[in-house]
Design a protein around this ligand. Sequence first.
Ligand code: NI
Length: 193
Amino acid sequence: MSDFLENYTLVGEKLGIITYPSPVLSKKAVPVDLFDDSLVQLIKNMLFTMYHAPGIGLAAPQVNHSKRFFVIDTEYSREEIVDSDGDKTFKLGDFKPQIFINPKFLEKDGTIVHEEGCLSLPGYYEEVTRAEHIVLEYQDIHGKKHIKKASGLEAICIQHEYDHLEGIVFIDHISLIKKNLIRKKLTKEKKSK
Ligand code: NI
Protein backbone atom coordinates (compact mmCIF):
# COMPACT_ATOMS: atom_id res chain seq x y z
CA MET A 1 0.00 0.00 0.00
CA SER A 2 1.14 3.51 -0.61
CA ASP A 3 2.47 5.33 2.39
CA PHE A 4 0.29 8.43 2.30
CA LEU A 5 -2.97 6.53 1.73
CA GLU A 6 -2.64 4.59 4.97
CA ASN A 7 -2.95 7.69 7.14
CA TYR A 8 -4.26 10.25 4.74
CA THR A 9 -4.32 13.75 6.13
CA LEU A 10 -5.93 16.67 4.39
CA VAL A 11 -2.89 18.54 3.12
CA GLY A 12 -2.28 19.84 -0.34
CA GLU A 13 -2.85 22.60 -2.77
CA LYS A 14 -6.19 23.43 -4.33
CA LEU A 15 -6.00 22.94 -8.09
CA GLY A 16 -8.15 24.69 -10.66
CA ILE A 17 -10.88 22.42 -12.05
CA ILE A 18 -11.39 22.58 -15.81
CA THR A 19 -15.02 23.04 -16.80
CA TYR A 20 -16.92 21.74 -19.81
CA PRO A 21 -16.62 22.33 -22.73
CA SER A 22 -12.80 22.47 -22.72
CA PRO A 23 -10.64 20.53 -25.21
CA VAL A 24 -8.78 18.60 -22.47
CA LEU A 25 -12.09 17.07 -21.33
CA SER A 26 -12.80 15.54 -24.74
CA LYS A 27 -9.32 14.19 -25.32
CA LYS A 28 -8.24 10.58 -24.78
CA ALA A 29 -5.67 10.62 -21.98
CA VAL A 30 -2.28 8.88 -22.29
CA PRO A 31 -0.97 6.14 -19.96
CA VAL A 32 1.22 6.98 -16.96
CA ASP A 33 4.70 5.53 -17.39
CA LEU A 34 6.63 7.46 -14.76
CA PHE A 35 5.76 6.68 -11.13
CA ASP A 36 7.74 9.46 -9.51
CA ASP A 37 7.43 12.06 -6.74
CA SER A 38 5.72 14.58 -8.98
CA LEU A 39 2.94 12.04 -9.63
CA VAL A 40 2.53 11.53 -5.87
CA GLN A 41 2.41 15.30 -5.33
CA LEU A 42 -0.17 15.77 -8.07
CA ILE A 43 -2.33 12.99 -6.61
CA LYS A 44 -2.16 14.54 -3.14
CA ASN A 45 -3.27 17.86 -4.59
CA MET A 46 -6.05 16.18 -6.55
CA LEU A 47 -7.37 14.54 -3.38
CA PHE A 48 -7.20 17.85 -1.52
CA THR A 49 -9.06 19.54 -4.39
CA MET A 50 -11.69 16.78 -4.56
CA TYR A 51 -12.41 16.85 -0.81
CA HIS A 52 -12.77 20.61 -0.76
CA ALA A 53 -14.87 20.89 -3.93
CA PRO A 54 -16.53 18.69 -2.54
CA GLY A 55 -16.75 15.69 -4.82
CA ILE A 56 -16.38 11.90 -4.69
CA GLY A 57 -14.11 11.57 -7.70
CA LEU A 58 -11.63 13.56 -9.75
CA ALA A 59 -9.81 12.52 -12.92
CA ALA A 60 -6.45 13.94 -14.05
CA PRO A 61 -7.87 15.60 -17.23
CA GLN A 62 -10.14 17.67 -14.96
CA VAL A 63 -7.04 19.37 -13.55
CA ASN A 64 -5.52 19.73 -17.00
CA HIS A 65 -3.31 16.62 -16.98
CA SER A 66 -4.27 14.39 -19.87
CA LYS A 67 -3.02 11.24 -18.11
CA ARG A 68 -4.78 7.96 -17.30
CA PHE A 69 -5.51 8.12 -13.58
CA PHE A 70 -8.16 9.27 -11.16
CA VAL A 71 -8.89 9.47 -7.45
CA ILE A 72 -12.14 8.62 -5.66
CA ASP A 73 -13.58 8.50 -2.15
CA THR A 74 -17.23 7.51 -1.89
CA GLU A 75 -17.21 7.15 1.90
CA TYR A 76 -15.76 10.21 3.63
CA SER A 77 -17.86 12.19 6.04
CA ARG A 78 -18.79 15.83 5.63
CA GLU A 79 -20.38 17.52 8.57
CA GLU A 80 -21.81 21.02 8.39
CA ILE A 81 -20.76 23.27 11.24
CA VAL A 82 -22.44 26.60 11.93
CA ASP A 83 -20.47 28.96 14.19
CA SER A 84 -21.91 31.63 16.51
CA ASP A 85 -21.98 34.18 13.65
CA GLY A 86 -24.04 31.80 11.55
CA ASP A 87 -21.17 31.09 9.17
CA LYS A 88 -21.09 27.61 7.71
CA THR A 89 -18.00 25.46 7.45
CA PHE A 90 -17.56 21.78 6.84
CA LYS A 91 -15.72 19.26 8.93
CA LEU A 92 -14.35 16.52 6.70
CA GLY A 93 -13.21 13.16 8.01
CA ASP A 94 -13.01 9.36 7.74
CA PHE A 95 -11.05 9.59 4.51
CA LYS A 96 -10.81 6.47 2.37
CA PRO A 97 -9.03 7.73 -0.73
CA GLN A 98 -8.44 5.35 -3.62
CA ILE A 99 -6.18 5.93 -6.59
CA PHE A 100 -6.45 4.14 -9.91
CA ILE A 101 -3.63 4.50 -12.41
CA ASN A 102 -3.81 3.08 -15.97
CA PRO A 103 -7.15 1.37 -15.20
CA LYS A 104 -8.72 -1.27 -17.47
CA PHE A 105 -12.11 -2.92 -17.05
CA LEU A 106 -11.91 -6.69 -16.93
CA GLU A 107 -15.63 -7.22 -16.32
CA LYS A 108 -18.84 -5.21 -16.30
CA ASP A 109 -22.12 -6.70 -15.21
CA GLY A 110 -25.73 -5.66 -14.56
CA THR A 111 -27.25 -2.20 -14.92
CA ILE A 112 -27.89 0.60 -12.46
CA VAL A 113 -29.41 4.05 -13.00
CA HIS A 114 -28.20 6.91 -10.84
CA GLU A 115 -28.30 10.69 -10.93
CA GLU A 116 -24.77 11.92 -11.62
CA GLY A 117 -23.04 15.23 -11.36
CA CYS A 118 -19.52 16.32 -12.23
CA LEU A 119 -17.15 18.96 -10.88
CA SER A 120 -16.50 19.96 -14.51
CA LEU A 121 -20.22 20.59 -15.10
CA PRO A 122 -21.22 22.46 -11.94
CA GLY A 123 -24.95 22.58 -11.28
CA TYR A 124 -25.97 19.84 -13.74
CA TYR A 125 -27.37 16.48 -12.69
CA GLU A 126 -28.68 13.77 -14.99
CA GLU A 127 -29.63 10.13 -14.70
CA VAL A 128 -27.08 7.83 -16.31
CA THR A 129 -27.22 4.07 -16.84
CA ARG A 130 -24.04 2.20 -15.84
CA ALA A 131 -22.90 -1.32 -15.05
CA GLU A 132 -23.80 -2.28 -11.48
CA HIS A 133 -20.72 -4.43 -10.88
CA ILE A 134 -17.25 -3.96 -12.24
CA VAL A 135 -13.83 -5.57 -12.05
CA LEU A 136 -10.95 -3.25 -12.74
CA GLU A 137 -7.25 -3.83 -13.19
CA TYR A 138 -5.08 -0.84 -12.27
CA GLN A 139 -1.68 0.24 -10.98
CA ASP A 140 -0.92 1.94 -7.66
CA ILE A 141 1.45 4.90 -7.21
CA HIS A 142 4.43 2.51 -7.25
CA GLY A 143 3.30 0.99 -10.54
CA LYS A 144 2.23 -2.27 -8.93
CA LYS A 145 -0.82 -3.99 -10.48
CA HIS A 146 -3.98 -4.72 -8.50
CA ILE A 147 -7.53 -5.90 -9.10
CA LYS A 148 -10.50 -3.93 -7.79
CA LYS A 149 -14.06 -5.27 -7.54
CA ALA A 150 -16.80 -2.71 -6.95
CA SER A 151 -20.59 -2.42 -6.94
CA GLY A 152 -23.20 0.31 -6.62
CA LEU A 153 -22.03 3.89 -6.02
CA GLU A 154 -18.35 2.94 -6.00
CA ALA A 155 -18.74 1.19 -9.38
CA ILE A 156 -20.68 4.18 -10.77
CA CYS A 157 -17.99 6.58 -9.59
CA ILE A 158 -15.19 4.48 -11.12
CA GLN A 159 -17.01 4.33 -14.48
CA HIS A 160 -17.70 8.08 -14.42
CA GLU A 161 -14.03 8.87 -13.72
CA TYR A 162 -12.82 6.31 -16.26
CA ASP A 163 -14.93 8.07 -18.89
CA HIS A 164 -12.92 11.26 -18.28
CA LEU A 165 -9.80 9.36 -19.39
CA GLU A 166 -11.59 8.50 -22.62
CA GLY A 167 -12.63 12.11 -23.21
CA ILE A 168 -16.23 11.40 -22.24
CA VAL A 169 -18.34 13.44 -19.80
CA PHE A 170 -21.54 12.13 -18.22
CA ILE A 171 -23.83 14.20 -20.42
CA ASP A 172 -22.42 12.28 -23.42
CA HIS A 173 -24.63 9.47 -22.13
CA ILE A 174 -27.87 11.46 -22.33
CA SER A 175 -29.89 12.63 -25.35
CA LEU A 176 -28.19 14.85 -27.89
CA ILE A 177 -30.86 17.54 -27.56
CA LYS A 178 -30.41 17.79 -23.80
CA LYS A 179 -26.64 17.68 -24.16
CA ASN A 180 -26.57 20.52 -26.68
CA LEU A 181 -28.74 22.64 -24.39
CA ILE A 182 -26.35 22.14 -21.47
CA ARG A 183 -23.35 22.77 -23.72
CA LYS A 184 -24.83 26.06 -24.94
CA LYS A 185 -25.63 27.22 -21.40
CA LEU A 186 -22.17 26.39 -20.09
CA THR A 187 -20.45 28.09 -23.03
CA LYS A 188 -22.54 31.20 -22.39
CA GLU A 189 -21.69 31.13 -18.68
CA LYS A 190 -17.99 30.86 -19.50
CA LYS A 191 -18.10 33.80 -21.89
CA SER A 192 -19.89 36.03 -19.42
CA LYS A 193 -17.21 35.40 -16.77
NI1 NI B 1 -16.77 14.06 -13.67
